[in-house]
Design a protein around this ligand. Structure first.
Ligand code: FCB
Length: 465
């Protein structure tokens, strides 16, 4: 009883899991799919660990019924997946390939048959290569093409998909893709990164407008990876304080302010001008700031910065002299620190800063751990359970402090292609054997099912505490 009372979540809380197309589907040449920037990037030597590619991945394209069965056994109420744009328009423009659309229609229908609410992401990074060849996100044209593709998908599925999001983690698209170059398309050019910031937001805004004009009923949103950014020193010197402020700008405010307030952060103007500035045209900020029905937040860890006078920025253009503090104490296999209170802090601060913030779903949260199967064939990933428990406690604390969080989707349902890390990092609550493609739920999957059934956290047991 106590666990139930202390550990309960609001009634109707939307529990589930998330994945993305390139990370699980495989079948990259099937049914007319065109190449994406991730096919190209992965095929370029030295870009992805071990030369891994998404060519087979978890073969979800063929095994989706089994994966939905897994979701159903978890008791999931919602499933977040993304659509591979190059399956719909192989070159990012022009005629639709019906076979691609049919795949997602089958996927959605199978979810609905299992009483699982589909939550569709339009863009989780697999840009059609042909659009990158024409300049990619630094070009305004890509935002226009994205809105057109969004409209195609929406017309096809708005009658059966009640939750939509446009772009997954625009920070990664712009800054990992075009500034740091560690994600596709692997470009290191701050000017292109700055243009991309504006064009992904514009793509979002135009898509939203197009979709709402067709049918305003389904919920429309965007998924951001936000995180508190702070200084390692309690009393940072002026340079570190500035770096923290501007990093927070790139990480959080450059997205939130135009989305919620229709302007870019004023204190970033000078910096961004150094790289050519945002290519804003009349009406853009109105489109970008159109009403959101919900916001997805992906959270893994917060960012602690320390001075490193010699450091030249790679990810955040112009924010030199600073580096991320190496994780102390606990971290996951990604060497990402474990900072659950950052999630509580983020949710509470967001609400204070934006009282008109729409309802939130935690659209990703999870940890990479590669625990080996034990003698009985089970996989005891107690560290993942501990990670999830602590972050769910943080969500509860934030809700108690007034945050309007409506659901939580674990990253990820399955082990998958972890971008530049390839298959070396395993995030699944379900293990995938990449030789046989056999799926084996880890102990965390059983634990999560229990959480869903109770709508709350079970008492900690043994070392899973
Ligand atoms: C997020 C991505 C997701 C996954 C997790 C670990 O940034 O949205 O695809 O790779 O990180």
């Amino acid at each position: 009883m106590t666990a139930q009372r202390d550990g309960g979540f609001p009634e109707g809380f939307l529990w589930g899991a998330a994945t993305s197309s390139y990370q699980i589907e495989g079948a990259v040449d099937t049914d007319g799919r065109g190449p994406s920037i991730w096919d190209t990037f992965a095929a370029t030597p030295g870009r992805v660990a071990h030369g891994d590619t998404g060519a087979v991945a978890a073969d979800h394209y063929h095994r989706y019924p089994e994966d939905i069965e897994l979701l159903s056994r978890l008791g999931a109420r919602m499933y977040r997946f993304s659509v591979a744009w190059p399956r719909i328009q192989p070159t990012g423009r022009g005629p639709v390939d019906q076979r691609g659309l049919d795949f997602y229609r089958r996927l959605v229908d199978t979810l609905l048959e299992h009483d699982i609410v589909p939550n569709l992401t339009l863009y989780h990074w697999d840009l059609p290569q042909a659009l990158q060849d024409a300049g990619g996100w630094p070009e305004r044209e890509t935002a226009l093409r994205f809105a057109e593709y969004a409209e195609i998908m929406y017309r096809a599925l708005h009658d059966r998909v009640p939750w939509w999001s446009t772009i997954n983690e625009p920070w990664c698209v712009a800054l990992l893709g075009y500034a740091a170059g560690i994600h596709a398309p692997g470009i290191r050019d701050p000017r292109q990164a700055v243009r991309t910031i504006h064009h992904v937001l514009l793509g979002h805004g135009l898509a939203l407008g197009a979709m709402r004009a067709i049918d305003p009923a389904p919920r429309q949103g965007i998924v951001l990876n936000l995180a508190p950014v702070r200084a390692a020193d309690e009393v940072p010197d002026e340079a570190l304080a500035r770096a923290v402020r501007l990093s927070d700008g790139y990480r959080n405010r450059v997205w939130l302010e135009p989305l919620m307030r229709r302007h870019y952060p004023v204190d970033m103007e000078e910096l961004v001008e150094r790289y050519g500035g945002f290519p804003i045209e009349p009406g853009d900020l109105t489109a970008i700031g159109g009403p959101l029905d919900w916001m997805g937040i992906n959270y893994y860890n917060d960012t602690i910065l320390e001075s490193e006078p010699a450091a030249v920025a790679t990810v955040h253009p112009g924010v030199d002299g600073v580096r991320e503090q190496a994780a102390e104490g606990e971290w996951t296999d990604m060497r990402w620190p474990i900072t659950p209170d950052g999630l509580r802090e983020l949710l509470v601060r967001l609400r204070a800063r934006y009282p008109d913030l729409p309802p939130i779903l935690i659209t990703e949260n999870g940890a990479a751990y590669d625990d080996p199967p034990s003698a009985d064939g089970g996989i005891d990933d107690d560290r993942r359970i501990a990670y999830l428990r602590r972050h769910l406690q943080a969500v509860q604390a934030a809700i108690a402090e007034g945050a309007d969080v409506r659901g939580y989707l674990v990253w990820s349902l399955l082990d998958n292609f972890e971008w530049a890390e390839g298959y070396g990092q395993r995030f699944g609550i379900v293990h995938v054997d990449y030789g046989t493609l056999t799926r084996t739920p880890r102990r965390s999957a059983h634990w999560f099912r229990d959480v869903i059934t109770r709508n709350g956290l079970p008492e900690p047991e043994g070392n899973a505490a």
